[in-house]
Ligand binder design. Structure first.
Ligand code: NAD
Ligand code: LMR
Length: 342
């Protein structure tokens, strides 16, 4: 399949079109596979700077309903990929190697996310944007600034994908409690997506979980630094891809289901608080404009940010104090990158 071969033009594009930007990468490929297998999607558009024709040809042989289209930057590929899209998921950018922080990725990934979001603002201004590229704490503020500058910012439609932190919390808790289905326990993980800005709230797990006091520090640390565990194990070959594809698919599926009218879907995600109902009081309590909290999703995107802060225990309050400190700087760095370009 040549890039763009299956493109049918914006006017004939089917209702449920999802774009993966960075589709040929470690996350992009398995995420695209999961999306292709989903009956909720009519068209899956793959965009990357390399290899989308091959990835697209491969996926297009799968006998699920979604049509697969594939684009490269040449021949206005970004424009064709994004035009008429309902959802754009962005896992484009470089991953960490051992010894790097997520913030070390800013130099390269900030520009990649800026340019892709500019493309979204121009070609699919009403799309839901799901940002996976790191450092999420800064790339989501970058996306918001780009959309604001283009006068198309709808905070209810911009999400930083922090689901992997939730998935890890569920998994690691189950290793302690012996729960057979880890995902059956709901554990809010709030704040940002790096180290101490990630705050798991085990005291608010539903159903409640009993974590022995001597295991709590290690468990908290493992959720906060779970990404480092994978980076170290991959030994230079990148960071989490398969678990991230699972997490990214889970969040994208939640957005699609909510947009289609399913009610009661709540998922932690990193949002612009002043633009989401219920976000103002969380913004006041945290001092952060962007924060991951459980968000009720609805047909318009983020319907309500749920303030779990008032229910946290003293242990979690201490974690939160450290989170606010780190997150504020990450957010300003992203905003500054657009407002005062280097
Ligand atoms: P990867 O290098 O395997 O894949 C990245 C892909 O992006 C490549 O195919 C590359 O060609 C593509 N790309 C680069 N520039 C592009 C551009 N301008 N337009 C379109 N595509 C472009 O990396 P990966 O392992 O898939 O990770 C991708 C990003 O996701 C990294 O920044 C990583 O840190 C981040 N990540 C986030 C989470 C999270 O929880 N949010 C989890 C894991 C990884
Ligand atoms: C993760 O949490 O696995 C990702 O953010 C990738 C990373 O750099 O750790």
């Amino acid at each position: 399949m040549k890039a763009g071969e299956l493109f049918r033009g914006a006017k004939t594009r089917t209702d449920r079109c999802i774009v993966v930007a960075g589709a040929s990468g470690g996350i992009g490929q398995p995420l695209s596979l999961l999306l292709k297998a989903s009956p909720l999607i009519d068209e899956l558009a793959l965009y990357d700077v390399v290899n989308t024709p091959g990835v697209g040809a491969d996926l297009s042989h799968i006998s699920s309903p979604a049509k697969v289209t594939a684009f490269l930057p040449k021949e206005d590929g970004m424009k064709h990929a994004f035009t008429g899209a309902d959802i754009v998921v962005i896992p484009a950018g470089i991953p960490r190697k051992p010894g790097m922080t997520r913030d070390d990725l800013f130099k390269i990934n900030a520009g990649i996310v800026r340019d892709l979001v500019k493309g979204c603002a121009e070609n699919c201004p009403n799309a839901y944007l799901l940002i996976i590229s790191n450092p999420v704490n800064s790339t989501v503020p970058i996306a918001a600034e780009v959309l604001k500058a283009a006068k198309v910012f709808d905070p209810k439609k911009l999400f930083g994908v922090t689901t992997l932190d939730v998935v890890r919390a569920e998994t690691f808790v189950a290793e302690i409690t012996g729960q057979k289905n880890p995902a059956a326990t709901t554990i809010p993980v709030i704040g940002g997506h790096s180290g101490e800005t990630i705050v798991p709230l085990f005291s608010l797990a539903k159903p409640s979980v009993n974590i022995p006091a001597d295991k709590l520090d290690a468990l908290t640390n493992r959720v906060q630094f779970g990404g480092d565990e994978v980076v170290k194990a991959k030994d230079g070959a990148g960071s989490a891809t398969l678990s991230m594809a699972y997490a990214g698919f889970r969040f994208a599926e939640n957005v699609i289901k909510a947009v289609k009218g399913e009610s009661g879907i709540v998922a932690p995600t990193y949002v612009y608080l002043p633009g989401v109902d219920g976000g103002d009081e969380i913004q006041k309590a945290t001092g952060c404009d962007f924060f991951s909290v459980p968000v009720e999703l609805g047909p318009g995107g983020a319907k309500k940010a749920i303030n779990v802060l008032k229910d946290v225990n003293d242990y979690e309050k201490k974690l939160l104090a450290k989170c606010y400190e780190g997150l504020t700087g990450n957010i300003s760095k992203g905003i500054e990158f657009i407002q005062n370009p280097p």
